[in-house]
Design a protein around this ligand. Structure first.
Ligand SMILES: *[C@@H]1O[C@H](CO)[C@@H](O)[C@H](O)[C@H]1NC(C)=O
Ligand SMILES: *[C@@H]1O[C@H](CO)[C@@H](O)[C@H](O)[C@H]1NC(C)=O
Ligand SMILES: *[C@@H]1O[C@H](CO)[C@@H](O)[C@H](O)[C@H]1NC(C)=O
Ligand SMILES: *[C@@H]1O[C@H](CO)[C@@H](O)[C@H](O)[C@H]1NC(C)=O
Ligand SMILES: *[C@@H]1O[C@H](CO)[C@@H](O)[C@H](O)[C@H]1NC(C)=O
Length: 467
């Protein structure tokens, strides 16, 4: 399905001729016939997208905002790919592969714009001015689609200028990047202070189908998979799953185009290594989760497709006996909550000997995985709806109302200090949070809420962000 489209695209853009120079050798000659790459257009489009993004009211149109964010990121990616294409210009054969990549980007941007249009129509919520701007962005993007990629290659200097301009523009829009050094004790960004309004809000590929699940991005991705996102859905009884679904970007997750698709743990469930419960994380190309019917953390290596595990202490509550709860209602099979932060993987659970209070253990990546230090808290798990770990500090949330959740509790593993007065409020898009995790790569919180995917930005003392 994709290939013929791509060939047509390449055909219309360029003229190829095949020659046989010497036996067994095939040379591909590229000739150029198109107009100049409209770099100012790309810049305008990006400006418009960012501008739109900041103008749209986050309250009413978070889905729209998510799409705009997706678009924003696509434009940045497009720009990067164009740079790669430039570098590949060896004056001989051109980077056909890069052309494919760029074409895919353009397709994705078009899908995103279509989705954006649909969302716009559905919601009827944004102003005429914003609509007009989006029309402009769309028009710009359509023009960009007709650009001659080969001219991009030829006009390296112009494009370098474009890149500089874009960088300037981006740096103007977002304050300088936060320090990325891993912490050695305390958090490099200072104290965790607040949380943004929802940034991405999307029903994704299966709107309303799976109430329980989790999503996010791998904080320690394999090379080439930096922008990949993952999704794990409890596809059976709100309890089990047997696969990880992957998307090669945020926008493909939003528009529901899963490439490269699923990685299966087993063909059916439940069986020995079935995923049980939604609070899973992907880290270093492996999925960490509560394995079916065991008080153990399983690790599924997506490359080798093998599962290894580590047992939690005797007395650990499992099989829906140590759940997160709100009011009198508990979230089934949330006994184990896997988490990631700057230092790696953690597991949050409770035991009989801790009288139902939260326990936190560091999971070490070795083969097989091992538990390292363990901390015992004095917060009762049934009074908590979910947890996450950021910079070595455990945070717990509780239900306030169907619109608001409160991050009320923290436990600092460095100092052992507990706080019950954190008082950071999260605005929710739906009543329940089935999974919540912090991503140290972008300082975002990824939440799965009644079959919707929502993300929030975690704001620290020195993240210097202006959102
Ligand atoms: C948005 O979609 C509607 C149909 O759903 C279509 O008539 C309209 O032309 C589209 N707008 C753009 C800018 O594509
Ligand atoms: C943390 O690391 C920095 C350099 O990476 C070092 O200068 C500092 O002494 C370290 N602090 C502690 C408490 O280990
Ligand atoms: C925290 O962020 C929210 C927006 O998400 C804002 O409304 C609120 O005023 C902020 N609170 C503080 C104490 O800065
Ligand atoms: C996963 O498997 C691959 C291939 O066997 C291996 O290179 C990698 O180290 C494994 N990852 C972990 C975390 O063990
Ligand atoms: C356990 O944690 C300590 C402190 O962070 C670290 O030095 C040690 O290497 C860890 N042990 C294992 C087995 O990874």
């Amino acid at each position: 399905m994709k290939l013929p489209l791509l060939l047509v695209f390449l055909w219309t853009l360029t003229t190829f001729s095949l020659q046989t120079d010497s036996p067994g050798q095939c040379v591909c000659e590229f000739r150029n016939s198109e107009q100049m790459f409209p770099h100012d257009k790309l810049r305008t489009a990006e400006n418009e997208a960012s501008d739109c993004n900041s103008r749209v009211s986050p309250w009413k149109t978070t889905e729209l905002q998510g799409l705009m964010l997706g678009l924003d990121r696509r434009l940045v990616q497009l720009q990067e790919d164009v740079s790669v294409l430039e570098k590949e210009d060896d004056g001989d054969l051109y980077g056909v592969l890069s052309l494919n990549v760029i074409h895919n980007e353009m397709t994705e941007i078009r899908l995103l714009l279509d989705k954006l249009n649909t969302t716009t129509e559905e919601q009827h919520k944004q102003t005429a001015a914003t609509t007009h701007r989006m029309e402009q962005v769309r028009a710009e993007m359509e023009q960009l689609e007709t650009f001659d990629t080969q001219q991009v290659v030829k006009r390296q200097e112009a494009n370098q200028r474009l890149r500089r301009d874009l960088d300037k523009c981006r740096n103007g829009l977002h304050a300088g990047p936060p320090p990325t050094e891993p912490p050695n004790g305390s958090c490099p960004y200072g104290e965790f202070l607040n949380i943004s309004e929802p940034r991405v809000y999307t029903a994704g590929e299966y709107p309303g189908s799976y109430k329980y699940g989790a999503w996010g991005r791998d904080p320690k991705p394999e090379p080439g998979k930096e922008s990949w996102h993952w999704l794990v859905l409890m596809t059976s009884s709100n309890r089990y799953s047997n696969y990880v679904r992957q998307y090669h970007s945020l926008s493909s997750l939003i528009v529901g185009q899963s490439v490269p698709g699923n990685v299966l743990i087993s063909s059916s469930n439940p069986t020995t290594n079935t995923i049980q419960g939604p609070n899973v994380v992907l880290y270093g190309g492996s999925l960490y989760y509560n394995c079916y019917n065991q008080h153990a953390v399983c690790r599924f290596n997506l490359t080798s497709k093998t599962v290894t595990n580590v047992d939690l202490p005797q007395g650990t509550r499992y099989n829906s006996k140590g759940n997160f709860c709100h009011l009198d209602e508990c979230y089934p099979y949330t006994d184990l909550d896997l988490a990631t932060d700057e230092s790696g993987v953690w597991v949050v659970y409770t035991t009989t000997q801790d009288f139902g209070n939260l326990v936190l253990s560091k999971v070490e990546e070795g083969e097989p995985p091992k538990l390292n230090q363990t901390w015992h808290t004095s917060v009762f798990k049934q009074g908590v709806t979910n947890t996450f770990v950021a910079c070595g500090v455990l945070y717990a949330t509780r239900y306030v109302s169907k619109d608001v959740e409160e991050i009320f509790y923290s436990f600092d593993t460095t100092t052992g200090k507990e706080r019950f007065d954190v008082g950071i409020f999260m605005n929710k898009m739906s009543t329940n949070i089935q999974a919540l995790n912090y991503s140290p790569v972008d300082q975002m919180l990824y939440a799965y809420c009644d079959s919707n995917m929502v993300s929030y930005e975690a704001m620290f003392e020195s993240s210097g962000d202006s959102f």
